[in-house]
Design a binder for this molecule. Structure first.
Ligand code: DGL
Length: 235
C-alpha cells in the first residue's frame, strides 16, 4: 500500500495523475481540519506532516507521496530524516524537468513561495495566491469568483506558469481560456509520468480530518469515484 498526503483536495487532483500511469492501493490522508497549510510556519507544517505520516504508517503503507507543495517545499528533508520509509515529495518533479528559456512564474501558497524553492530551481518569479486553495475546496473551480481572482493575479504575456500547489490544476481550463498564450505546468503530471508503481489494482481509501460534503462530487469530477473504497471522517 502507498500513502498519499495533502491538506485536502490537492492530493486527490494529483492522485488522478498517479492513477493515469500507475496501479496501487492508496491510503489517502487529507488534513482538512488544519488547512490551509500555506499560512503556517515551516515548524507547524512539519509537526502536522509528521502526524499525517504516522497515521499512514499505522495503516500499513510502505511508502508515502507528499502531494502538497507547501509540505514538500518546507518539510521534506526533515520528514525523510524522521521516517525509515521512502518519502517522495511532489517537488521531486523538478528532477524530470528542464527549465525553459521562457520567463517562468509560479503560483503557490505563501509558505511555498516564501520557501524560495521554485525561484531557486527555475529562476521563477513567485506569486502568492493565499486564498486559492480554500476557494477550490469550496467548489470554485471555474466560476466568476476564481475567474476574477486569476484575472487579477496572473500577469499578461507569454510565459510558463507552474501550478505550484496541487489544488490548482483544476483551474487549468479556466487559465487556458483567460490566458491562452500561457503554458501551464502541472508538477503532478510530470512527477507521475516519471515515477510509476505497478502493485495490484487501483483503489483509494480516503481519510479526512474534517467533513466536506462536496468530496463525493469532487471525486466524481476527477474521475476517481470508481476507485474509492470508502471515505472516512476521523474524529
Ligand atoms: N495543496 C497544497 C499545496 O500543494 C496547499 C493547500 C493549503 O494551503 O493547505 O501546496
Amino acid at each position: 500500500m502507498v500513502g498519499f498526503f495533502d491538506s485536502g483536495l490537492g492530493g486527490l487532483v494529483a492522485l488522478k495523475e498517479f492513477f493515469s500511469n500507475s496501479c496501487a492501493h492508496v491510503v489517502y490522508f487529507g488534513d482538512l481540519k488544519n488547512q490551509p497549510y500555506g499560512e503556517k510556519t515551516p515548524q507547524e507544517i512539519f509537526n502536522l506532516s509528521r502526524k499525517a505520516v504516522d497515521f499512514l504508517l499505522e495503516k500499513g503503507v510502505r511508502e508515502v507521496f507528499i502531494v502538497c507543495n507547501t509540505v514538500s517545499a518546507n518539510a521534506l528533508d526533515d520528514l525523510r530524516a524522521t521516517f525509515g520509509i521512502p518519502i517522495h515529495g511532489i517537488t521531486d518533479w523538478l528532477r524530470y524537468y528542464t527549465p525553459p528559456s521562457k520567463r517562468v512564474y509560479v503560483i503557490g501558497t505563501p509558505a511555498t513561495i516564501r520557501s524560495g524553492l521554485y525561484q531557486k530551481a527555475l529562476g521563477a518569479e513567485g506569486i502568492e495566491t493565499p486564498e486559492l486553495a480554500l476557494l477550490i475546496e469550496e467548489g470554485h473551480w471555474e466560476d466568476e469568483t476564481v475567474r476574477e481572482y486569476l484575472q487579477r493575479v496572473l500577469p499578461r504575456g507569454e510565459y510558463v506558469l507552474v501550478l505550484g500547489c496541487t489544488h490548482y490544476p483544476v483551474l487549468e481550463p479556466l487559465i487556458r481560456e483567460i490566458r491562452p498564450e500561457v503554458e501551464t505546468v502541472d508538477p503532478a503530471r510530470i512527477l507521475f509520468e516519471n515515477v510509476r508503481i505497478n502493485d495490484g489494482r487501483r483503489k483509494v481509501d480516503v481519510f479526512l480530518t474534517a467533513e466536506n460534503p462536496l468530496y463525493p462530487d469532487f471525486l466524481k469530477r476527477l474521475g476517481l469515484w470508481d476507485y474509492v473504497g470508502g471515505i472516512d471522517v476521523l474524529r
